[in-house]
Design a protein around this ligand. Structure first.
Ligand code: DHB
Length: 308
């Protein structure tokens, strides 16, 4: 079985979409809902709906993808309404609500609305959107991150996790983990896209916003994703679970994320390229690896990567 749990919630399968892919509206979310995925996460919602950056703003390459979407979304109320509806029609399932404000004040307003609502799922606060011109990624400023989480946990009592950008320096892993260990986080999600790469084809950039700079996903980023999952697995209180995201094309890639410590695995670029049928394929590939190795549950190998 590829069952898993995050916090006190059980999921029939450890795979789900990564925020931003197949999660913009009820149609896309409904397709993930009705796939083999264990759950879904919404597109990161802001207080007001946004149309995002000019197109083209997402481009697939042989080895992955580049995007600078600019947080297009239908607004907080749209996603909350759908999630509350699903709580009635699918009371046995749990879904993730991704959020971030365009300002600190907006982020608090959003999280207070979640706290006061009947939403009983899991909230993912996105600290790593690299694509809004003029806005730095919150999670690359650990002082700001610590203050934000301190203020949030003064009123927010529901299960909360954070979506993180990749870190690239051992000291940054140490410093970030020290901050996250101060809070009752349910999970961290490693990683968002590698920010501000540049893809060139035929003498030109391939996306319009920011003269072509955008977040990189897919095969390019698996070693960075695995390093972030494992670095935090080594450093975090065991009560903070890890969602592994980045470079999952196959069951083998997912197996490696779980070996590094992931309790749930998200699929972004591959889901964008292949559609929700990717969940069934990758789940079957992971199950075949587990069968061959005699692993019955993901707990049998989670975090157990071997060292030389
Ligand atoms: C967008 C991209 C991200 O990586 C993210 O975390 C949130 C939003 C975007 O460009 O829409």
């Amino acid at each position: 079985t590829t069952k898993t749990h995050i916090g006190n919630f059980e999921f029939e399968n450890c795979f789900m979409n990564a925020a931003g892919v197949y999660c913009y509206d009820r149609n896309e979310l409904g397709q993930v809902l009705n796939s083999q995925a264990g759950t879904f996460v919404t597109k990161t919602a802001t207080l007001q709906s946004r149309s995002g950056n000019p197109e083209p703003r997402y481009h697939d390459t042989v080895l992955g993808s580049i995007n600078s979407m600019g947080l297009p979304n239908l607004g907080f109320d749209y996603y909350l309404d759908y999630l509350l509806e699903l709580q009635k029609t699918h009371p046995d399932r749990t879904f993730f609500f991704s959020l971030v404000g365009m300002s600190t004040e907006d982020t608090h307003a959003l999280l207070k609305k979640v706290q006061e609502s009947d939403f009983n799922g899991i909230t993912e606060l996105n600290l790593s959107c690299p694509n809004v011109p003029g806005k730095p990624q919150i999670a690359y400023d650990l002082e700001t991150t610590e203050k934000l989480l301190t203020d949030i946990f003064s009123y927010f009592k529901k299960p909360l996790g954070v979506k993180l950008p990749p870190y690239f320096d051992i000291v940054h892993f140490d410093q970030a983990a020290t901050v996250f260990n101060k809070f009752p986080l349910t999970f961290i999600n490693c990683v968002n896209s590698i920010g501000n790469g540049l893809v060139i084809e035929d003498e030109s950039v391939v996306i319009k916003p920011k003269n072509g700079f955008g977040g990189i996903g897919g095969e390019y980023i698996k070693p960075t994703a695995l390093a972030n999952v494992h670095a935090f697995y080594q450093r975090l209180n065991p009560s903070i679970q890890i969602i592994g995201t980045g470079g999952v094309l196959t069951g083998q890639d997912a197996f490696e994320h779980i070996l590094c410590g992931a309790s749930m695995v998200q699929i972004g670029t591959t889901l964008h390229k292949e559609g929700p049928a990717a969940f069934e394929r990758i789940t079957n590939e992971l199950k075949a690896i587990m069968d061959k190795k005699g692993y019955k549950t993901i707990e049998d190998f989670k975090g157990k990567v071997k060292y030389l």
